[in-house]
Design a protein around this ligand. Structure first.
Ligand SMILES: *[C@@H]1O[C@H](CO)[C@@H](O)[C@H](O)[C@H]1NC(C)=O
Ligand SMILES: *[C@@H]1O[C@H](CO)[C@@H](O)[C@H](O)[C@H]1NC(C)=O
Ligand SMILES: *[C@@H]1O[C@H](CO)[C@@H](O)[C@H](O)[C@H]1NC(C)=O
Ligand SMILES: *[C@@H]1O[C@H](CO)[C@@H](O)[C@H](O)[C@H]1NC(C)=O
Ligand SMILES: *[C@@H]1O[C@H](CO)[C@@H](O)[C@H](O)[C@H]1NC(C)=O
Length: 595
């Protein structure tokens, strides 16, 4: 690996390897300009955007390696953000969070269906008049969207009200959103149309290309979103309507022309794949080890996902080729990501998401466009709530104070606040998919899957800390345990002598900081979500876990109320969520200066 540069304090990497920080910014920009033949940032018309968001696409199981067009057109011509996370590993909460720039605890759209989520909840919360496409139209953009917007956006409620904010839209509607061979789309204010017998990815490719033509013809800059259903499971529409036994989800259905591919692929056999010892917390710890039939099925499921993604790969090729033929490519950002990740067999789990493990919360994020370094991998910690602020910054629109995220360092001239944490939150039930998913009381749902977590990555640490509604805790040190098999949270049985240390401090000191950080982040708003330590240390000297671990703050952190739940609720009910307030410092002095 060749060390190239660090831009504006960011570590950047070449060919996937990480470079630590520490270079002169001006110098670095010169190096980049000459060495990397970057497209220069145009000054006249604001940039266009093509945003492609897949459904349930993992990063950790290596799905992106099987999409050569996406890698060639987007990743290799731009930057790959390899520490990019979602806030909630479930479609609808994650998407509402993305399109509003807010944590799910601030949208309170926390589930896929009412009363806690889905399109009706999005509308009730006022977001149909207050989300990204509306703001972009106000800023002079033409906006287009095709594919899945939210769950519970149905053939019955699509017109009450219609989705606002788009100059052209053609939405997939429930209960046919995930019917690969009988999808229903609904264009502008027209009636829904059923595409029985056509593959949904062929349908969306046609629609996306049509909107791209419209967008290219317009005088205003454009924002075109394409949201295919792949590689989400195929879902039986009758099971969405009648959910008594859970939802019937089977492997995604690829296009006929891709069904012969990848016959020998298997789910990567990482250490956490169907492990001999149980792992995780709550219902996950109770899962039986999978037998060979179930393991084989997981491999089939994985293969089907990779095949189904080939249609998306061709879709991206078609759209980027069209952009290349236009005169707009050099002024267009192309963003590729997914709404949440996916697991198959890790921690003995059947196919699905809804967990806080790496497989579920890490997703691909590739961005190419004006000024974006080519062929780079970036290790800044970024999340889906950062995307709306990023789009604002790239479009030259002023930041909104109700954003819980902050712009991602996409271009070398980026100036802004970085963060080392992701706030992960989930309410409700775990969802199990595939043929062997009726394993908990005969249902495809797992109860008590409400949890709050933080994912923290900084120099010398790589941690995941989680508190469940059952008041179980998890702490993984991913620098020594990348597959999250060894929960370090102290149990009564462990000998204190054997305790690992974190940044040279005891586990209990590290946990006191992590828990207080989680206490702040689980109900943060606006800038507090980005700079949480400022709330605890208003004098502004603490910016990282490492800073906070200084011994002089031990008493301050030991006194703080601990994150806990009063019961396991299906939604965000404050009454269920234990202490809300941290202790503050007085007059800017740290606690121990005055107790
Ligand atoms: C797109 O919609 C916005 C907001 O209604 C409008 O101002 C703009 O003219 C529309 N663009 C086109 C091409 O119709
Ligand atoms: C396809 O979907 C339509 C509704 O959009 C439904 O009426 C029809 O029965 C479905 N066809 C099949 C084969 O399930
Ligand atoms: C494997 O496990 C599944 C799910 O528990 C069960 O349905 C199946 O009968 C088992 N197969 C064998 C061969 O034991
Ligand atoms: C769910 O968690 C509650 C504690 O909030 C516990 O009482 C209950 O037994 C759990 N239910 C299941 C099915 O595990
Ligand atoms: C979130 O929505 C649910 C369902 O409407 C409601 O019961 C709850 O009080 C809301 N939570 C907050 C914090 O407003």
């Amino acid at each position: 690996m060749k060390l190239l540069a660090t831009i504006a304090g960011l570590a950047v990497t070449v060919e996937g390897a990480i470079i630590e920080n520490g270079f002169n910014v001006q110098n670095v920009q010169n190096v980049l300009q000459s060495a990397l033949s970057m497209t220069s940032r145009p000054t006249s018309k604001p940039p266009n955007f093509l945003f492609v968001i897949t459904d349930d696409q993992d990063l950790q199981l290596d799905s992106t390696s099987y999409t050569p067009h996406i890698l060639r057109h987007v990743r290799d011509k731009g930057t790959s953000f390899h520490n990019h996370f979602v806030t909630t590993a479930l479609c609808c909460p994650s998407r509402v969070s993305l399109w509003t720039g807010r944590q799910p605890h601030n949208t309170n759209v926390t589930d896929v269906n009412p009363p806690y989520g889905g399109y009706p909840k999005f509308v009730d919360r006022g977001f149909n008049d207050n989300f990204l496409p509306i703001w972009l139209q106000e800023a002079g953009y033409d906006t287009y969207y095709t594919g899945k917007l939210f769950n519970a956006h149905t053939v019955d409620n699509y017109h009450s009200p219609h989705v606002n904010g788009f100059n052209g839209s053609d939405f997939l509607l429930d209960p046919y959103t995930y019917s690969y061979l009988n999808s229903t789309y609904q264009r502008n204010h027209d009636d829904p149309v059923s595409y029985e017998g056509e593959h949904t990815t062929d349908v969306i490719t046609r629609k996306a290309l049509g909107f791209l033509e419209d967008a290219l013809e317009g005088d205003r800059p454009f924002f075109v979103t394409v949201a295919p259903a792949a590689p989400h499971s195929n879902v039986d529409p009758t099971s969405i309507v009648d959910r008594k036994k859970g939802i019937t989800m089977s492997a995604p259905i690829p296009l006929d022309r891709h069904k012969h591919l990848f016959q020998d692929v298997k789910v990567p056999r990482t250490a956490n794949f169907n492990p001999d010892e149980p792992s995780g917390a709550s219902w996950i710890r109770e899962l039986p080890q999978q037998n060979q039939t179930v393991v084989d099925y997981g491999d089939f499921f994985y293969q089907s996902r990779l095949q189904a993604l080939q249609g998306v790969d061709e879709l991206v090729d078609t759209l980027v080729t069209r952009l290349e033929e236009s005169d707009q490519l050099d002024n267009t950002y192309i963003i590729y990501t997914s709404d949440n990740g996916f697991h198959i067999g890790q921690h003995r789990l059947p196919p699905g998401k809804t967990c806080g493990f790496e497989e579920d919360i890490r997703v691909p994020l590739f961005i190419r466009g004006p000024g974006v370094p080519k062929g780079f991998a970036q290790d800044s910690v970024t999340t889906h709530i950062d995307l709306a602020p990023t789009i604002f910054q790239l479009a030259g629109i002023p930041h909104r104070s109700d954003f819980d995220g902050t712009a991602i360092p996409v271009t070398p001239d980026f100036t802004g606040t970085r963060h080392e944490h992701v706030t992960v939150e989930y309410w409700g039930r775990g969802v199990l998919e595939g043929d062997f998913s009726h394993i908990i009381g005969g249902s495809t749902f797992a109860p008590n899957n409400t949890y709050k977590s933080i994912r923290l990555l900084g120099p010398g640490y790589n941690l995941y800390y989680s508190v469940w509604c059952t008041n179980e805790h998890e702490l993984y040190d991913l620098s020594t345990d990348p597959y999250q098999l060894h929960n370090l949270y102290p149990s009564e049985s462990r000998n204190i002598q054997d305790e690992p240390r974190i940044l040279g401090r005891s586990l209990s000191q590290a946990i006191s900081r992590l828990d207080t950080l989680l206490l702040i982040l689980k109900s943060c708003q606006g800038n507090t979500c980005i700079e949480p330590w400022k709330v605890l240390h208003p004098e502004g000297s603490i910016h990282t876990l490492r800073d906070a671990l200084d011994e002089q703050h031990d008493i301050f952190y030991d006194q703080q109320p601990q994150v806990s739940f009063n019961w396991c609720d299906l939604g965000y009910r404050i009454e269920a969520e234990g202490p809300q307030d941290h202790l503050t410092t007085r007059y800017g002095l740290s606690w121990d200066s005055w107790v």
